[in-house]
Write a protein that binds this ligand. Structure first.
Ligand SMILES: [Zn+2]
Length: 344
């Protein structure tokens, strides 16, 4: 592996190669872009190139002792900081600072890669800022984050920013074929869903295999006829899966997007979820504005979850919106009269 093997990020990689050529390497970088766009792989390859013992054309050789140690995860000078629970803790930064008393063991640089840098709370971020203000010699920091706005501006201003674009569908599809052995058709369908993120593509293919995705579609389609007595227990059950909640909503967003495509183009050939029979029938019967509103509701719910909104209430809101906007056929409330009498 080397920087030149990173696919789909020519601009970012080209920039980093110029940095390597110049030799005056900045001490801190912020790689921003959606997860699954290659930030981490690029950070590792940049670290490899920086410490390679016999670089070729300002990139890693892939075979020297230093390069090999990185492959085995044994390089003492490449340090990964990942969140401990929900956040990166102050203690983790303090531990890191202790290392600065020593020069890198083997490499030219100690490269500290901070995953999900937005997970630093204020105290941690301030400790990090102090480090960046007086960077210890021969240390280089790479902060990874989805968006630079999520990071303290004083930190951002001390970093050299490198932006990562969503990957092209063709690149995601090619990787799925090569690495997962998918057929070209299946790889293309998953790549369309993944919207430029290899991580998301892998998640979707896992969901497809474990029938997780079928389960969500079943739940969404059941909203058409579900009674109010069954609705809340169904949501409560769904809300137990906190760890997949964000991805479930992402899935719902794409499912609604599918319905909008169908409504606008009337073409089931372009749908991602072919099994979407009942929902596609319902979508044909409602004004497209309602589907756009529904899409907005799902997006708002996703934003809410990111700032820790209550999951059960979020799912309730989204599912009620689907029930009313998609299956409601004009009524503001699509539960049956009998159901309403019971509890509304
Ligand atoms: Zn090497």
């Amino acid at each position: 592996m080397a920087l030149s093997t990173i696919s789909g990020q020519q601009r970012a990689v080209g920039f980093l190669k110029r940095v390597l050529k110049n030799e005056a390497v900045p001490h801190a970088f912020l790689f921003s872009g959606m997860s699954g766009s290659g930030k981490l792989a690029t950070a590792v390859e940049f670290a490899r190139a920086l410490n390679c013992l016999t670089p070729h054309d300002h990139d890693a050789c892939g075979t020297c002792g230093s390069c090999r140690k990185l492959d085995e995860g044994l390089h003492p000078d490449v340090v990964h900081i990942t969140s401990d629970g929900a956040f990166i803790k102050l203690e983790q930064i303090r531990e890191l600072v202790k290392r600065f008393r020593f020069r890198p063991f083997e490499g030219k640089f100690r490269v500290v890669i901070i995953h999900d840098a937005q997970k630093m709370l204020e105290a941690t971020a301030n400790a990090m800022l102090k480090i960046l203000e007086e960077p210890p010699e021969a240390n280089l920091f790479i902060l990874l984050a989805a968006e630079s706005q999520m990071i303290l501006p004083t930190i951002v201003s001390r970093c050299c920013q490198v932006r990562f674009q969503p990957l092209d569908d063709s690149i995601v599809a090619e990787r799925l074929q090569r690495e997962e052995g998918f057929s070209p058709e299946r790889a293309a369908a998953i790549a369309r869903l993944a919207e430029g993120s290899l991580e998301k593509a892998r998640w979707f293919s896992g969901q497809e295999q474990t029938a997780g995705w079928k389960k969500i579609i079943e739940r969404l389609e059941s909203l058409e006829t579900i009674s109010i007595l069954d609705f809340f227990p169904m949501i409560a059950e769904w809300a137990k899966g906190r760890e997949t909640a964000e991805q479930d909503l992402e899935f719902i967003r794409l499912w609604v997007r599918d319905l909008i495509v169908l409504r606008l183009l009337g073409d089931t050939g372009r749908l991602t979820f072919a099994q979407n029979v009942r929902a596609t029938e319902a979508a044909r019967a409602v004004p497209v504005e309602r589907l756009f509103n529904l899409y907005k509701r799902v997006e708002l719910a996703m934003q809410g979850l990111k700032v820790n909104a209550n999951l059960q209430m979020t799912l309730e809101g989204v599912c009620l919106a689907i029930k009313d906007f998609l299956y409601g056929k004009g009524n503001w409330n699509s539960f049956s009269k009998r159901g309403q009498a019971l509890s509304l």
